[in-house]
Ligand binder design. Structure first.
Ligand SMILES: [Zn+2]
Length: 268
């Protein structure tokens, strides 16, 4: 075989390899899950009467009542009531801004995206009121690369350790003011304006910190038509990047948010 022919053949084979690898990558995450090549992590807390909710007087705890039993009725069935903003839930864009989408109107494509996980647990250990800064985001990007457009940014503050105790989770001081971490306004603005994210999430009661009574982060995110996930579980099980999120909120017509199941799909 001539030298030129050999080079041509080598290039041809390499081309096939590259093509098939790309094709494999495109074969899909869900196929990987089905074939056991990817794992799924549940970022959702189970609903029960101990679940954290926004501490306003008309926000009642989750309630569940059995209305039929197999013994008596030959069928097991229950009913429940809950505020929308209790447990692992989504704040729809209309939560803090008028003329924005309600929870049932959020396009499903907005609820699927790459998960970017920022970890501020060490800073929060020093200061419970810590808020994610712009420089935290920039130093994350220095290590892991630019946040891709359409990402869903999740903030691991370490607060999930307090989940089972609502008092610890709210962390009230003597004057009744809550102390827990959150996003800063500048971080939220940067993510929306410069990185075109789909939404943000956090492992606390609110995207804003406990002391942040102006709800600046909620206004910035919601006025951009984006959502916030709150009381997100298991963020310590995710890597800084590489997972894909699927968020499935309850479809309350006209609702301001609601409970959602959140899956994180991780390639093995
Ligand atoms: Zn909420």
């Amino acid at each position: 075989m001539s030298g030129r022919m050999k080079i041509f053949l080598q290039m041809f084979i390499m081309g096939i390899l590259v093509f098939s690898q790309n094709n494999y990558a495109r074969a899909g995450l869900l196929e990987d899950v089905i074939e056991g090549k990817a794992s799924v992590i549940d970022l959702t807390y189970p609903l029960n009467e101990k679940n954290a909710h926004w501490p306003m007087s008309n926000y009642t705890p989750f309630q569940y009542e059995v209305i039929a039993t197999i013994k008596k009725d030959k069928v097991f069935s229950g009913k429940y009531s809950t505020p929308e903003h209790l447990g692992t839930h989504i704040d729809a864009p209309n939560h803090f801004e008028q003329n924005q989408q309600s929870v049932d109107q959020i396009p499903l494509e907005q609820l699927i995206g790459p998960a970017i996980v920022m970890n501020i647990t060490q800073k929060v250990e020093q200061n419970a009121d810590y808020t994610l800064s712009l420089s935290d985001i920039l130093s994350w990007e220095k290590t892991y690369g630019r946040i891709p457009e359409g990402s869903i940014v999740l903030l691991n503050t370490g607060w999930s350790r307090r989940w089972n105790n609502f008092e610890d989770y709210k962390n009230n001081d003597a004057c009744g003011r809550m102390h827990f971490p959150g996003y800063s306004g500048e971080a939220a603005r940067f993510l929306v304006k410069k990185r075109q994210i789909k939404g943000i999430g956090i492992d606390t009661l609110s995207g804003d910190c406990g002391l942040c009574s102006d709800f600046a982060v909620h206004h910035i995110i919601n006025s951009a038509g984006k959502f916030i996930l709150e009381n997100v579980a298991n963020l310590d099980k995710l890597s800084p990047k590489g997972a894909t999120l699927i968020i499935a909120p309850i479809k309350i017509e006209g609702g301001s948010g609601g409970q959602c199941r959140i899956w994180a799909i991780l390639p093995k």
